[in-house]
Structures are given as C-alpha cells and as structure tokens.
Design a protein around this ligand. Structure first.
Ligand SMILES: *Cc1c(COP(=O)(O)O)cnc(C)c1O
Length: 452
C-alpha cells in the first residue's frame, strides 16, 4: 500500500501560480501510478476525462501530482464558479468543521440550513412566497422536485425533453434522454415519464420559440393529457445535451401553458444556476418564473449540496417527514454555500460571467468564420459551446470533437465535450479565471482544430 506523499504545491486557491505549465507529458509518471491504482480499485463504470492525479486547484488552474498546471475550462462541470478552495469558502467550512460536523437537520436543526433556504428564496426568480428544501446532489433534488409536484397536483405524469439530462438515479435516468452511457443496461426505468420535442434552433429547421412550444404542447395534450400531468421539467439551457439554448419565447410559452393547466413547471438549473450564464439564474434571461427551481453544482464551491426552491403552496404540500435524508443540507455544505453566494455577490461574478461570455463568443465566432466545421457557437455568459459538423452535410462530427479534446488535454487544458451526438465542445471556466488564461486555453483549442 502506497501513501500519497503530498507535494509542496498542495495548497490550492487563487494564490496558486496562474499559468499553464507542462513539466511532463500528460499523464506524467505519478498520474500514471494513480490511474493504475484506480483501474484495480475503482469500478470501471466510474470514468475520467483527464488522465491526471490532482493535488491542488484554484483561480483558473488545476495542478497534478507531476507538477503540471492545467488551464481549467470545466470547473469540475460547472461546480467551482467561485474557483477551487475559494478563500471565503475555506474559512467558513473550517469554522464549521471546528463547531460541529453533523446533527441531521431533521433531528436537530441548525442555522446554516435555514440561512441557505432564506438566501435561495430571495435570489431565485419571482417575488412570491417561497420555501426551500436542501439535498445532496442534483439528481436527488430533481427526484424531490418531482415528488413534490406529484403530491401537490395529485397527478403522476412527468414530461422531460429531447436531449435532457437530469441525473443518474433511477427516476432521473428515466428523465435523461441519452442512452449511452447514462441509461444503457440500467433499466427498467420509472413509469409515467414522457418525452417532448425541444426547441433546438441549429437543428429544428427554423421553428421559432412559440412554434416549437406549440409542437411540444400538442404532443403533450394528445399523448398524455394535462389532467394526468404533474410536471414539466426542463433545463433553461441544456447542459449535457449540448448547451442548447431554446429559441426566444419557447420557455415562456411552456410556462404559460403549465400555469393554465395546473401543471408544475420545474426549471432544472443545476448546471445553469449561480451566476454561470451572466445572471443568477438562466430563467431570468427568458423572463420566466418557474414554479420550482432545482439547483446544485455551482451552489457551494465544490461541497455537495442541492436544493429545490419554489412556491410555498407547492413546497408545503408534502407531509412532515416526506422530505429529507440523513445528510441533506449538511452543515459543512451550508457554510460553504453561504460563503459561495457571498463571493458571487461581493466579487461581481455575475458581471464577470458576462465578460467571460464576450471573450468566448467573440473568439469562437472568429474561429467559426474561418472554419466551416464549427457549425454553431451558442450559449450565455460563461456557458458557451461550439457544435462541430461535417461542413458539407451538417452531420455531427464526434470524431473531430474527440480529437480536439484529446489534443487540449495533452497540451494542459481541461476541456469538456457534450451533446447527444457527442459533437459539442463546452466551455465552463471558473469565473475566477483571468482573461489571459482563458485566451491561452482558447488558443490551444484553435490549434487542436487546426491539427485535427
Ligand atoms: C449535473 C446535472 C444533474 C445531476 O446532478 P448530480 O449532482 O450529478 O446528481 C441534473 N441536472 C442537470 C441539468 C445537470 O447538469
């Protein structure tokens, strides 16, 4: 048994040298050592995108055990919006660690949980009376949003959309659209889940938002019936499905129909939430007020926490004891969330996300002008993607996407892909990244496209 000897670089946070630095090939020898141990100790189904062994991270970089410093364009999948080991988060969690680590909120409550609920009630769209319940993961919160909507409406059916991603638990696998790798072999899935067509401007032949919504609603009315439908769940900008921004008016039309038909409208803002899109929540860009909003990822600076926030009458429908869990709203995660939310607000990170968006969109559009394989550039704020296609036919080019990502990884850039067709490169940098690092990272992607 080998013990990890912690290198001198193990202090993370924003003070870490903000540079791309390759001192070995990736993976270097120490990373290879860990990956060999991973292969013999960790279940094969738990994959990894980067073949590295992380020892520190902060600002806009991730440092591996060989001393390589990689530019972070992924934020651990939109989690570390405030950066890794953000100072306020470290301080708050350290203080909480020294006070108490766990009581179970549903056994003996504490202030942190209530304060997070108050913050979410205040920050989420709409000025109606709200309540919040906290959970651990995005999937767990999605499941609870569906539980709550069913209890409130006394109906059972749930509509999710093409290209949706809502998690990997049984109910959320059912809501998720993509078979490989998320669902294949893991059925049977939960009943009473139906799929509706999305608005996907790059691929749906120019339907505008209202037309795309009318198409979805017609299908829902004919195949399910509003009288059976408890909830519609949708990501305001799809994440894993390919950073698909629906045409303007699509979401508003769905909300309008849901409200008129006693159907709970659930916005899954697990990936889009918390400053990421240049607003606190992506729903704001479309002027919609969801009945329930599900948050997680960017909420707590990397500590596991998720939430369902929504209209008091809906949230209060479930019986006492019906919602909760041993660890839900852990005091450590709540301390982290309060410090994280303070950091977004005090450090102007909503504005920063917009600036990052201008850099991303500007540079990527310039690339697209010169390279017809970039079929589409889309997104909002620091949530932007390019869709790679065959320039002749428009067919998705997953092979090219894989090559570009592999090149970036070897050159010290953490770059993520996504999309139903595996042909989307997504940019989700921490909001603490410098313009210099961001531009350097984009330069590596451009070079990868050139070489592929
Ligand atoms: C990541 C994600 C989830 C699942 O969250 P987990 O914390 O991984 O369970 C749900 N919905 C969306 C939109 C996501 O991006």
């Amino acid at each position: 048994m080998t013990l990890v000897d912690t290198p001198a670089t193990a202090t993370g946070g924003p003070a870490l040298a903000q540079e791309r630095r390759l001192v070995t090939a990736i993976p270097g020898p120490r990373s290879q050592e860990l990956l060999a141990r991973k292969a013999s100790a960790v279940a094969a189904g738990v994959g990894h995108t980067l073949p590295i062994s992380v020892v520190a991270a902060g600002g806009g970089v991730v440092v591996d055990a060989d001393g390589n410093s990689l530019i972070d364009l992924g934020s651990g999948i939109a989690v570390t919006g405030v950066g890794n080991s953000a100072p306020r988060v470290v301080e708050a969690v350290t203080a909480q660690l020294n006070a108490f680590t766990h009581t179970c909120f549903t056994v003996a409550p504490y202030e942190g949980y209530v304060a997070v609920a108050e913050k979410l009630n205040e920050l989420t769209p709409g000025d109606h009376v709200k309540r919040t319940a906290l959970f651990n993961s995005g999937a767990e919160a999605v499941e609870n949003a569906v539980k709550i909507a069913r209890h409130y409406t006394k109906k059972q059916a749930v509509v999710a959309f093409d290209h949706a991603y809502h998690g990997r638990t049984n109910l959320t696998m059912g809501l998720t659209a993509k078979n490989q790798p998320y669902k294949n072999g893991f059925g049977p899935f939960a009943p009473e889940i139906y799929r509706a067509p999305l608005s996907y401007p790059f691929r749906d032949g120019g339907l505008d938002g209202r037309e795309a919504a009318a198409r979805a609603i017609l299908g829902i009315e004919k195949q399910i019936g509003a009288e059976n439908l408890a909830a519609i769940i949708i990501e305001p900008i799809q994440g894993e499905g390919g950073f698909i921004v629906p045409a303007p008016g699509f979401l508003a039309a769905l909300v309008e129909w849901a409200t008129a038909n006693d159907v709970v409208f659930i916005a899954d803002e697990v990936q889009t939430g918390f400053a990421r899109t240049g607003a606190w929540f992506a729903s704001e860009h479309e002027g919609i007020v969801p009945d329930l909003i599900v948050t997680a990822k960017g909420i707590a600076g990397g500590l596991p926490l998720s939430a369902v926030t929504g209209r008091a009458e809906i949230m209060d429908a479930a019986q006492v004891g019906g919602l909760g869990g041993t660890y839900t709203g852990s005091p450590l995660a709540c301390a982290a969330a309060l410090a994280t939310i303070e950091t977004y607000a005090e450090d102007g990170l909503v504005e920063r996300a917009k600036e990052i968006g201008s850099v991303l969109i500007g540079r990527l559009n310039a690339l697209r002008t010169a390279d017809a394989r970039i079929g589409d550039v889309r997104g909002r704020g620091a949530m932007v993607a390019i869709e790679l296609v065959d320039p002749e036919t428009g067919a998705p080019d997953a092979a090219l996407t894989g090559k570009v990502a592999k090149y970036a990884h070897e050159q010290g850039v953490i770059l993520l892909t996504c999309g139903t067709y595996g042909n989307v490169i997504r940019f989700l940098p921490p909001l603490t990244i410098s313009d210099e690092l961001l531009i350097e990272g984009l330069g590596v992607v451009a070079e990868g496209l050139k070489q592929a």
